[in-house]
Design a protein around this ligand. Structure first.
Ligand code: ZN
Ligand code: ZN
Ligand code: FE
Length: 753
């Protein structure tokens, strides 16, 4: 990120000779010259302020004897021992210098929406292959003008070797078209003004950005937002928003100091923030939740649009329902023509589609919920270099995959749900592209143990020296260990939707004694019957009936609960069919899924009956939970001599149903459910600790995206003197499964097994 040129400038200014180069360990600098000037160099270097975008993790120096004396300072070609790992960096939000230039009348790049420098601009999204040079990016079609070329070649310029450098004369241009692709305006600046005017009138515009298209609409105009929802076939999921300053965000949401810092980072993610009660944001933007997702402008184009008088925009991914993000102009016209009124497009191709990343706060610290733009492909450093390249296939939901080369673990951007044919196709293409980009030739393949996962089936079909299958929840826990570089055994608590268990059942709430080397199942949510396999994760009536049966026994007459079941599934015949399924155990699995328990509770409270998107019902249940309530329903721990330990929720379900019958407010029932669960989990952890003497707890799994539960659980565990490790750099949902898989495989390789 412009680090070597910055080092070069620093050395030249002090009259030092030597060299700087990148290698697999980071950056190596050799300095020759008077002691005090070298000391001064090191001071400035370690102040961490030599480039805005680069962060120095650690810096060590030593005296070197017997080297040849050199007369000048040079930037040496990178030495990667035959690989090119750290060449490609993540996309960066526009820097302050470029932003000032683009808004300053008379500047060479005044109002040019593709301004960038070594400290900012697109990287990962435009790179086709390595080395990372302009001809290998989608900027290759633009011939630099003299001014741009001079800056590109001048080591003392901020644009020295900035591969995407461009200006209005030589670089990409904007076009505004109607929804059929007919040009409305081809002058870049006029196109921006016209787009802003359309947005202010409530029109929907597809805007091409860094990693793909956004669908933009005025976030204060409810009618316009509803129209977008209808056309996009996205009825429920909250939309993300964008504005151009933190002060504006503060009008709509509560922004802590930490959140403000995060909004302003070069990664520029969507940050989930508590709504202000008096917020004028259109209700249709985020119904059924208590948070807004906000990001600040990050492309110069965004700032120029807002400069034309915009206040706040919905900026949601340019796709239809759950399909992959669209980044290609023709495809956008083809797929989004019926969704939008106009397209604001440019002719700089996006090679890798990267969604906006999403971050929220757990225990007052940031935690990634979706890792993509800005964070990918920044690698996670492994404790040791791996002697074999590894490919980790990930999970089928919220898929990411990983590549391991040397001591670097590279996790792909969020790919999506592989059940979607387009997403699966994108998955296969991305694997090939990233393997080629990072010159990885996997000898070891690692995947989930679920035989029906597409990712597993694909992985098993790959020719390799060796294939490893990893249990889903062990991979969850291993992802936490990997990011904290923790090598000792822990008590792992995986609270999740579903994952394939070693006994062939569907696991979901698991307490395990785990390390990178293996795991032992210590306890879990007592199994209950879940009818209807694939439909069970969508239709809440299924887990409701399974749990009713678990709580009241097989002889129960479900008609006695018509008052509770009618609103969830009015079709009595359908209920009877499902009940018979349970009787005869047809298409019915035993499960310890916690996610489905959340679905059931939400449905019983009348918060919905169907998950239109993953975790819709659990999110609704979390959103209504009353913060001030401390009591909880009692969960029993079943300590029969036969391990594992069981969390028994039967009485809890009964208490809850009694409360609902007695019209206890839903907000109270939800809180008591969360608190009871929290208490049960702490007790299970305590038992595990008594048995093993371990006091470090690793938490992972999709249920921990729930802030109400997770914040309380972490606090409780800490109050009981446990040390808690949690996913921060990678999502606690299935987005981190590939990370856990890769780390486990790297450990296998390191141990020479
Ligand atoms: Zn810049
Ligand atoms: Zn130029
Ligand atoms: Fe999972």
């Amino acid at each position: 990120m412009g680090f070597r040129p910055a080092v070069y400038r620093l050395a030249c200014q002090r009259g030092l000779s030597g060299f700087v180069c990148n290698d697999t360990k980071g950056v190596t600098i050799e300095l020759q010259g008077p002691q005090e000037r070298i000391a001064d160099f090191l001071d400035v270097l370690q102040s961490g302020k030599i480039t805005p975008a680069a962060q120095i993790e650690s810096c060590t120096s030593s005296d070197t004897a017997g080297i040849e004396s050199e007369s000048e300072f040079v930037i040496r070609p990178s030495d990667y021992e035959g690989t090119a790992l750290s060449e490609v960096t993540a996309d960066m939000a526009v820097c302050r210098d470029c932003l000032r230039e683009v808004l300053t009348q008379g500047d060479f790049r005044f109002r040019y929406p593709f301004i960038n420098c070594t400290n900012c601009g697109p990287r990962y999204s435009i790179v086709r292959t390595i080395p990372y040079d302009r001809p290998n990016t989608t900027m290759s079609v633009f011939q630099m003008c003299q001014t741009c070329a001079a800056q590109y070649d001048d080591v003392f310029d901020r644009r020295f070797h900035a591969q995407p450098v461009a200006c209005q004369t030589c670089g990409p241009k904007l076009t505004l078209t109607d929804n059929r692709g007919k040009t409305i305006e081809s002058d870049t600046d006029k196109a921006i003004h016209k787009t802003a005017r359309m947005l202010l009138k409530g029109k929907t515009v597809a805007i091409k950005g860094i990693g793909g298209f956004h669908l933009a609409v005025d976030a204060l105009n409810n009618e316009a937002v509803l129209r977008l929802r209808q056309r996009k076939k996205r009825d429920h999921k909250p939309f993300a928003m964008m504005t151009d300053s933190v002060d504006k965000v503060k009008k709509y949401a509560l922004v802590t100091e930490e959140a403000e810092k995060l909004l302003k980072t070069v990664q520029s993610p969507i940050v989930l923030l508590p709504m202000r009660s008096d917020s004028p944001i259109a209700p249709a933007v985020a119904a059924g939740v208590k948070t807004y997702g906000f990001m600040l402008c990050y492309a110069p184009l965004h700032y120029l649009l807002f400069d034309c008088g915009l206040e706040v925009l919905v900026m949601t991914s340019g796709n239809l329902s759950d399909e992959p993000l669209i980044c290609d102009n023709n495809k956008a016209l083809e797929r989004l023509g019926d969704v939008v009124d106009a397209f604001l497009m440019h002719d700089r191709d996006i090679y890798r589609q990267v969604d906006d990343s999403i971050v929220h706060f757990i225990d007052d610290e940031p935690a990634l919920l979706r890792r993509a733009r800005g964070y990918v492909p920044t690698p996670l450093r492994l404790p040791e270099a791996c002697t074999s390249d590894i490919f980790a296939a990930g999970s089928d939901l919220k898929n990411t995959f990983c590549l391991v080369k040397s001591n670097q673990l590279i996790c792909s951007e969020h790919i999506g749900d592989l059940e979607d044919a387009e997403a699966y196709h994108h998955y296969l293409n991305s694997i090939e592209h990233l393997k080629q980009l990072f010159e990885v030739q996997p000898e070891v393949i690692v995947c989930d143990s679920h035989p029906a996962y597409f990712s597993t089936q694909n992985a098993l079909a790959i020719d390799s020296v060796r294939t490893i299958q990893v249990q889903h929840h062990w991979a969850h826990i291993a992802s936490v260990l990997a990011e904290h570089n923790y090598t000792e055994p822990v008590i792992g608590l995986a609270c999740d939707g579903t994952g394939y268990g070693t006994d062939g059942k569907i696991w979901g709430c698991e307490c395990m004694i785990a390390s990178m080397q293996g795991f032992e199942r210590f306890g879990h949510l007592a199994y209950y019957m879940l009818p209807g396999a694939n439909k069970a994760s969508k239709e809440a009536i299924r887990p409701v009936l399974g749990l009713l049966r678990a709580a009241y026994g097989d002889d129960l007459d479900q008609r006695d609960f018509a008052w509770l079941l009618d609103p969830i599934e009015p079709d009595e015949t359908k209920r009877r069919v499902i009940w018979q399924q349970l009787d005869r155990k047809i298409n019915t699995t035993e499960t310890s899924s916690l996610g489905r328990l959340f679905d059931a509770v939400a449905a019983m409270l009348g918060l919905g009956t169907y998950n239109n998107f993953e975790a819709q019902l659990p999110m609704a249940l979390e959103a209504i939970a009353e913060e001030k309530i401390e009591q909880g329903y009692k969960i029993e721990l079943n300590t029969s001599a036969n391990e594992p330990l069981l969390l028994d929720v039967r009485n809890m379900v009964k208490q809850m149903i009694a409360d609902i019958r007695n019209s206890v407010p839903a907000a109270v029932v939800s809180a008591k459910f969360h608190n009871g669960l929290c208490c049960g989990l702490v007790q299970m952890v305590q038992k595990a600790s008594e048995k093993t003497d371990l006091n470090t707890i690793a938490l992972s799994g999709g249920v921990f995206c729930n802030r109400y539960l997770t914040n309380r659980l972490i606090k409780r565990l800490r109050d009981n003197n446990f040390k808690v490790l949690f996913n921060r750099l990678f999502p606690s949902n299935d987005g981190a499964i590939s990370v856990g898989q890769a780390a486990i495989a790297a450990d296998v390789v390191a141990r020479g097994l």
